[in-house]
Design a protein around this ligand. Structure first.
Ligand code: MLT
Length: 257
């Protein structure tokens, strides 16, 4: 399947994988600020943004295969830095599991290695059913208040609207497919100690969806991993604190080149 992607910049190949139910538009500030440092590719995962939806469950492995197709389609054969945020982080871990030789460095933002709890799995199924009943806007309205640090959500309506715009385009099949794929994702914790590439973990200090402890746990297990904790940021540190986020990515790129 042909997925839409933006390409910008020169240097190390860097793939940006967005979260749920977002799109490649979430990386606008990174694509602007890091173009001198990396050849960046930002894709829309199937069913999100401008990408067509398919029916069925979107396993993280399936989405990882889509990511490899996008890299190949852009002529990238050499190992790339792979950055995934939240669900994108689950996809990045699946990508590493499948194609470790293709990964020059891993950036895991606002994500976790563990699988869903039994209650979490139930919640995914209810969410998928509700999205089918009530439509994509229901999913956007449900997710939006949890995405940003509480204070920012109250005080920065322009950012809230931008995040809504980043969600626009996600289709009901995409929302349901991604929710059920996240439900089924395996626990990546056993793989962490075997990650052999450089890794950077980035997490918002006030992330209400995935606690900071999840990032600290990954850092403790991935050999040599660094953790950048972003102050006054929730689940979208790259949009809430783009300068701090970009600095962490730039330092990471400098450290591996
Ligand atoms: C995301 O932002 O991608 C999702 O909130 C991740 C999740 O629900 O586990």
């Amino acid at each position: 399947m042909q997925l839409p992607s933006d390409v910008r910049g020169k240097g190390t190949p860097l793939l940006w994988i967005h979260g749920f139910p977002l799109s490649r538009r979430m990386w606008a500030e990174q694509m602007g600020a890091l173009a001198d440092r990396a050849r960046m590719i930002a894709l829309d995962l199937r069913g999100h943004g401008e990408a067509p939806a398919t029916e069925g469950v979107y396993s993280m492995e399936l989405l990882a295969e889509d990511c490899l197709d996008v890299l190949r389609g852009q002529g990238v054969q050499e190992p790339a830095v792979v950055c995934g945020l939240s669900m994108g982080g689950y996809v990045a871990l699946a990508f590493y599991r499948r194609y470790p030789q293709q990964v020059r460095g891993l950036i895991l933002a606002a994500t976790r290695a563990t699988a869903d709890t039994p209650e979490g799995k139930k919640g995914r199924e209810q969410g998928a059913a509700m999205a089918r009943q009530a439509g994509a806007e229901w999913a956007f309205d449900t997710m939006l208040p949890k995405m940003l640090a509480a204070q920012r959500y109250e005080s920065d309506p322009a950012l809230v609207e931008r995040v809504r715009g980043v969600m626009a385009g996600a289709k009901v099949d995409g929302i349901a497919g991604a929710l059920l794929g996240m439900r089924d994702r395996p626990d990546s914790t056993p793989m962490l100690a075997a990650i052999g590439c450089p890794a950077l973990i980035i997490h918002g200090e006030e992330d209400a969806l995935i606690p900071l402890a999840a990032a600290q746990a990954m850092q403790a297990q991935i050999p040599g991993a660094r953790l950048a904790v972003i102050p006054q940021a929730g689940h979208l540190p790259n949009m809430e604190q783009p300068e701090i986020f970009n600095r962490a990515v730039r330092e990471f790129l400098d450290s591996i080149d």
